[in-house]
Write a protein that binds this ligand. Structure first.
Ligand SMILES: *[C@@H]1O[C@H](CO)[C@@H](O)[C@H](O)[C@H]1NC(C)=O
Ligand SMILES: *[C@@H]1O[C@H](CO)[C@@H](O)[C@H](O)[C@H]1NC(C)=O
Ligand SMILES: *[C@@H]1O[C@H](CO)[C@@H](O)[C@H](O)[C@H]1NC(C)=O
Length: 512
């Protein structure tokens, strides 16, 4: 039995064909025709040069296109220009990126949020009046016409530039609308216009957004995440013409899709929609603060997506496209998760999984070439991140890997922690009292580790500055590096202080 799980996790030479021929034949007609790689610009957006290198690599890996979620990095004009990221790309930069994608024959799909996940706008004082729930900066108050204005403005500004580059699709987001029907405008309009049915109000909003796009840009189709559609009554989808106006993108990043995407959901989808897309993940879906890509959950997820396609394809006229998402944060406020450089191998292998299920000789060679790896590279090396591939941003990958190894090694040093438990607790550090016989050696361990951390810290800074804007290293270090470093520093200082003491007064040492 040919099984990607075995193929990926059994030690083997990447360049060898392991798969049985039967398997190739069995799956030959399946797999996605269109694999779109997601760029999530709401965290660690790539600098322009790196952006273009990434596009080149992605094209080399066999992706057919990219989904660009610009968020606050797009050079919006007018009112929105006041709230865009201060690092936002210029219009010339955006155009040069799109031109590069076009030269590579990558299909480009812009994504702009039109219902929820509008934190970048709604977080500001200026636009806070447009919040659905004034406490939370996520969902727009869609009952307020000003919300529709700002949303259509953002879509149209984006499309004005994108439409010069064969924009067959635009993605209007619309996932995770956790609050609806709360703002004053909604509560006024709900009974009058929507029979107190919040879904009607949402559908009417999405209809107006989609209509605007298809009227302005007749050759552009509208994609949206399936959240609001998945359990909606069929009549309502029809009533608001969404079955003609949008194409649902079913997303799920787990390893048990048969359970998490019930066949009844697919059946319901097929009643309304002729075409459906899938949404898997290669990074950013394995814990909001994970910064090293574990690969395995993503391989499992994409393998499942291959099988979902095989299973449900017959129910639709068209089910041959998938967006492989790469989240940089869970939302605008969340911490950074796996960055691009730590996830290139995941992307490479998962793109193969989506199109072929198994990793054959030909696709392995494609990976080696696209990631600029030595010919002798093994799959084990790629999985461990210990390869010598020179893909864009590899220095960032190397320095994060070195940090992870250093940290794991220290956390693995049981003898240090045993001594800490006995002789360097908070109480010892607070009053600078302990038995030097037990703590001197761990003081040396702190010192060695701190010294290595200084080296890693430098390589993190240098490598990050090559591909990311300066705020990224600051945030990354604050969350993932400093706490560990400062804890060791504090412990090392305690050991030093205790070592200066020669005598102690009689106990008790603690009084209230
Ligand atoms: C779409 O929205 C834009 C921006 O609000 C507006 O200028 C344009 O007239 C609208 N187009 C249609 C067809 O309604
Ligand atoms: C499918 O649609 C029916 C009828 O609208 C609904 O009762 C059911 O809950 C839906 N199933 C799923 C899994 O959404
Ligand atoms: C940490 O310990 C685990 C389990 O003993 C081991 O597999 C791993 O290689 C160690 N890691 C490091 C960096 O020492």
């Amino acid at each position: 039995m040919c099984n990607i799980f075995q193929i990926v996790w059994k030690p083997m030479l990447l360049r060898r064909t392991i798969c049985i021929l039967a398997c190739i034949v069995q799956f030959a007609t399946c797999g996605y025709q269109r694999s779109i790689v997601h760029f999530d610009m709401k965290g660690a957006p790539p600098k322009v040069a790196y952006f273009k290198q990434l596009l080149t690599t992605i094209s080399g890996l066999g992706a057919t296109g990219v989904l660009l979620e610009w968020e606050d990095m797009f050079p919006y004009q007018g009112g929105l220009s006041r709230v865009v990221n201060k690092n936002a790309y210029t219009e010339e930069e955006v155009i040069s990126v799109l031109e590069h994608a076009q030269q590579l024959q990558l299909e480009v799909i812009p994504l702009v949020q039109t219902l929820a996940h509008m934190e970048w706008i709604l977080k500001t004082e200026e636009y806070s009046v447009l919040r659905e729930d004034e406490r939370y900066p996520m969902v727009a108050c869609i009952g307020n016409p000003e919300s529709l204005d700002i949303i259509l403005d953002s879509v149209n500004q984006l499309m004005r530039i994108h439409s010069n580059f064969n924009t067959g699709y635009v993605h209007i987001g619309a996932d995770e609308a956790f609050q609806v029907g709360i703002c004053d405008a909604d509560r006024e309009i709900l009974p009058v216009k929507y029979d107190n049915n919040k879904l009607r109000m949402i559908f009417d909003h999405l209809r107006m957004v989609s209509l605007n796009i298809t009227e302005e840009y007749p050759s552009t189709k509208v994609l949206m995440w399936y959240d609001e559609l998945k359990s909606a009554p069929l009549e309502l989808i029809k009533e608001y013409n969404l079955d003609n106006l949008v194409i649902p993108v079913v997303w799920k990043y787990t390893a048990n899709l048969d359970n998490d995407l019930p066949s009844e959901m697919w059946k319901n989808m097929s009643y309304s929609f002729k075409e459906v897309w899938g949404g898997s993940a290669f990074k950013g879906a394995d814990g909001a603060s994970r910064y090293w890509n574990r690969l395995k959950p993503y391989i499992l997820n994409n393998k499942e997506w291959y099988l979902q396609n095989e299973k449900y394809k017959p129910q639709f006229t068209t089910f041959d496209s998938i967006i492989i998402t790469g989240w940089q944060r869970y939302d605008h406020f969340a911490s950074l998760c796996e960055l691009w450089p730590t996830s290139m191998v995941s992307l490479a292998l998962n793109l193969i999984v989506l199109t072929k299920f198994h990793i054959d000789k030909e696709s392995a060679e494609q990976v080696i070439q696209a990631l600029n790896c030595p010919q002798t590279t093994t799959l084990d090396q790629l999985v461990a991140g210990s390869d010598r591939c020179r893909f864009p941003g590899y220095r960032v990958r190397d320095s994060i890997r070195d940090y992870v190894q250093l940290k794991t090694f220290f956390e693995n040093s049981t003898w240090v922690h045993n001594r800490e438990n006995g002789w360097l607790q908070s109480s010892h550090m607070r009053i600078s009292a302990s038995n030097p016989y037990y703590i001197d050696a761990i003081g040396k361990a702190y010192e060695r580790t701190l010294k290595k951390l200084d080296t890693v810290s430098n390589s993190l800074s240098t490598s990050f500055s090559e591909v990311f804007y300066p705020d990224v290293i600051e945030e990354f270090k604050t969350d993932y590096f400093q706490p560990f470093y400062e804890d060791l520093q504090k412990r090392k200082e305690s050991v030093d202080n205790i070592d200066t003491k020669r005598f102690y007064v009689p106990r008790p040492w603690f009084r209230r």
